[in-house]
Design a protein around this ligand. Sequence first.
Ligand SMILES: Cc1cc2nc3c(=O)[nH]c(=O)nc-3n(C[C@H](O)[C@H](O)[C@H](O)COP(=O)(O)OP(=O)(O)OC[C@H]3O[C@@H](n4cnc5c(N)ncnc54)[C@H](O)[C@@H]3O)c2cc1C
Length: 398
Amino acid sequence: MRFADTPELATWRTTVRSFLDEHWHSTGSDDESEAATSMENEEQFQARMKRSQAWLDKLGENGWIAPAWPKEYGGADMSVLEQFVLSQELTQAGAPTSRQMLNLVGPTIMLHGTDEQKAEHLPPMLRGEVAWCQGFSEPGSGSDLASLQTRAVRDGDDYVVNGQKIWTSGAHRADWMFMLARTDPDAPKHRGISYLLINMKDPGVSVRPLINMHDGHVFNEVFFEDVRVPVRNRIGEENRGWYVGTTTLDFERSNIARVVNIKKSLAKVLDYTQAREVNGEAVGRPQRMELADRAVETAVCELLSFQVVSIQASGGVPNMEASMNKMYGSELQQRVARTAMNITGMRGQLRQPEGLESEHGIQAAMNYLSTVPATIAAGTSEIQRNIIATRGLGLPRG
Ligand SMILES: Cc1cc2nc3c(=O)[nH]c(=O)nc-3n(C[C@H](O)[C@H](O)[C@H](O)COP(=O)(O)OP(=O)(O)OC[C@H]3O[C@@H](n4cnc5c(N)ncnc54)[C@H](O)[C@@H]3O)c2cc1C
């Protein structure tokens, strides 16, 4: 077996690279994944968003924001494998691929939404006109998500929503939220939940910031006080929202761009290590052994992402495989960040690196801090292990 592009995919990869040269690299734009973890202020953030939007407009002209979607909804009717190659190349170049959360809510609406919902929500997403946030977690319901308490009570053609969400990434900048609310408190917990789309500008929605451990404002608390949500904003059947929500989570955990970023981080650490040795600052044997381990693990991680893509390419939605990919990838992100800290030593602890670290784009401290939540967001590692054990291996629950 040989993991290589077919001739058609190789030609496609070359097309994507030329497009990137012409429209991304030539503008001198920064690596998005790094900018997002750096200490940018509001002004820098807005300037980055403006550059991103210009780039997304270019991508959108070709239907490349969601390339595997049908053309009628703004996609390009491409195969999953073509989409994978595009995603690999954009991530490698550090270019944005879409606006926040599109990769989660878009495919969910595509699978479970009505024609009207698709027509209303998918085209503006692809024009980059709307940002979304995910309202799943609540103060008492994270891992045990099905215990969520936010209530949606039917009143004519609306639901009236009351309750609270927490850790809602990007809620302060989102136009819409996809969320889960309890519509039948008497049903077993998985069967009384509905999946709703809420306009964040609606009366009764309020957002309060939560500041993370590297002083960034990424996530929030969101409160709902008698928010009226039209019934037509429900995705899927009433009280069947749990099953729609798990589709969203499967897409979230299938994140195949993660391994490209891991490879980029590891490549930087390797370059830096070699440069130190050239400068006469030898790197010790334990660290060389550690780097070899990271290289092996990165290769394994890449195979796990290939597994996810091959299931998607044959028309399936990866489940246990998505959890394997998420768990292994997020733990590896942390190990690579720790290796970078070990190799850079005291100098790596500077939040704004200087000298050789800066030359090689090593942001060991910021990277380390930003990878801490990787094993919590989108479901903790313990939860992924539970899914692999029960749904994957057929072991009993509890
Ligand atoms: C950076 C970041 C961004 C996030 N963004 C969003 C977002 O946009 N939208 C959103 O809805 N949520 C978001 N979350 C929330 C995230 O989904 C939850 O934090 C996560 O699901 C864990 O829930 P919890 O924090 O309530 O922890 P808990 O569920 O209270 O878990 C606490 C600990 O107990 C362990 N544990 C719990 N149950 C079990 C079990 N059955 N078996 C073994 N161990 C168990 C957990 O693994 C964890 O170690 C985000 C979180 C982070 C860190």
